[in-house]
Design a protein around this ligand. Structure first.
Ligand code: SAM
Length: 248
């Protein structure tokens, strides 16, 4: 039986080794894509929310972008703050729930990256995340949501999965709730002969739903791609890169 809810800090602490799924080379490619699509230039500002341990914030700051990095998981921010101290990069960290960030007209661009969206059971909370980031952007500012594609998940659904990284084995048993589009899973992390189990719920979105939500939050010029090569979004593309602009 699950003993923990997934959004508690321990889940992300246990998840840390699994970030190795994406190599630094792949992350750097994503950062180049983001810089191009968000029209960022050195000296411009970028809000990375939620930022994790700075997977994207750090290479972004290395390109001369002024980054504000916000996350709820304290151990990730501690890791990012240690990187900032070691490297002297320009990154400000903010410890906050993504529904509670309180910036106004401050950033040239923002990103919610690597499926950090759809975390809340109440749909109005998921919409609130978009509204908060919209509020944080300057007029003319651009936003990228990089999130898993529901249509791919349905077309390729598997009820169980396991992965091993850094000496930790994770197993997941899943069930898709078609009434809510929430994927419900039970994740177990096995390490050093001990196991910890979490209930995980993730609202998944089709591209047309994201267009409707972006529109509701106020974004214009909405466009989406299924890869960093600007492939169209289809049921064969796992990722969605959806962009929107706050009107001037
Ligand atoms: C899959 S990770 C992605 C992190 C980062 N965007 C990246 O691309 O590496 C999801 C992140 O969401 C953060 N998170 C979870 N719930 C949150 C909340 N309510 N408010 C802010 N951050 C949250 C976690 O701490 C974690 O860092």
């Amino acid at each position: 039986m699950p003993t923990h809810k997934w959004w508690q800090e321990e889940f992300f602490a246990d998840l840390r080794p699994f970030f190795a799924q994406l190599s630094p080379k792949e992350t750097n490619q994503q950062v180049r894509y983001l810089i191009k699509k968000l029209k960022l230039k050195p000296g411009m500002s970028f809000l990375d929310c939620p930022c994790g341990f700075g997977r994207v914030s750090v290479p972004m700051a290395k390109k001369g972008i002024k980054v504000v990095a916000s996350d709820l998981t304290r151990v990730y921010l501690d890791e990012l703050e240690a990187t900032v101290k070691r490297t002297g990069l320009k990154i400000e960290t903010v410890h906050s729930d993504m529904r509670k960030i309180d910036f106004r007209n401050r950033f040239d661009a923002a990103g919610n990256l690597w499926t950090s969206f759809g975390y809340f059971e109440k749909e109005r909370d998921n919409l609130l995340v978009l509204k908060k980031v919209y509020q944080a952007l300057k007029p003319g500012g651009r936003f990228c949501l990089h999130v898993i594609n529901r249509d791919y998940i349905i077309a390729h659904y598997t009820a169980t999965e396991w992965q091993e990284y850094g000496g930790v084995l994770s197993t997941e048993r899943r069930k898709f709730d078609y009434a809510t589009s929430i994927n419900r899973g039970v994740w177990t992390f096995h390490k050093d002969g001990k196991a910890r189990t979490y209930e995980v719920g993730l609202r998944m979105y089709s591209y047309h739903e994201l267009i409707a939500m972006f529109t509701q939050a106020g974004f214009v010029d909405i466009e989406g791609f299924g890869s960093t090569e600007d492939a169209p979004i289809t049921r064969h593309t796992l990722a969605q890169w959806v962009f929107g602009t706050k009107p001037k």
